[in-house]
Design a protein around this ligand. Sequence first.
Ligand SMILES: [Zn+2]
Length: 260
Amino acid sequence: MNVALSQPEQLRYARQMLLPELGENGQLRLKQAHVLIIGMGGLGCPAAMYLAAAGVGSLVIVDFDTVERSNLHRQILYQEHQIGRNKAQQGAINLHAMAPDVSYQVVREKVTADNVFSLVSNVDLVLDCTDNIHTRLLINQACVNLQRPLISGAAIGFKGQLLTLPMTVNSPCYQCIYHSTPDDQSSCLQDGVMGPLVGVIGSMQALQAIKYLSQIGSLHQEAKLHRFNAIDMQWQNLALTVDPNCPVCAGKPLRSKDAY
Ligand SMILES: [Zn+2]
């Protein structure tokens, strides 16, 4: 690695570099990482804030939408006077004020079949912080084809879920388990959502990303689904299996588990 931490960076990240699992090597891995965050709403805001604060080197943030007053109870990156501004652009401005060492790329576009492959191809890891199944499946397809790990979050009402898909051999893709994720049929607009719940799930997306990028734990080996019920504070952890007939990933040359 021919990259080094400046003295201010050494100070800024001192408390996390104290962790033996991370250390300076892990911090340097974070500094060199490129992460794509699709959707700068309730999940994307805390995810981006924690990744920027942790010193992930480059964040590509994607959102075509503008900040509305009804977003502010959960989209904690934005301020009252920023209503009406584009979420990706204003998000980058606010993140830069908090963590100026990070490089931010703003994409003010809807994710479509035309742009998803170029967005995913330029990064090491993808965070799906969107709120609709059509976009989720597009992102999944690109992550499978380009062999990029995908960390997907969802939250509606008092229920959240976190899906970590390493896209390695014998690990399923989103399409493989699509039928076991019924929450995607709902929406915040229709059903409402608790602000701190999206904060929990978005923060955990950032946590999984930091662990993956700095090679802590075994996220690269196994796909995981975590479900959270905020009413009774219960987590459910599920191991996932590949659908051998999956129309997206069956027969695709996914990476070896050791090649991350
Ligand atoms: Zn699949």
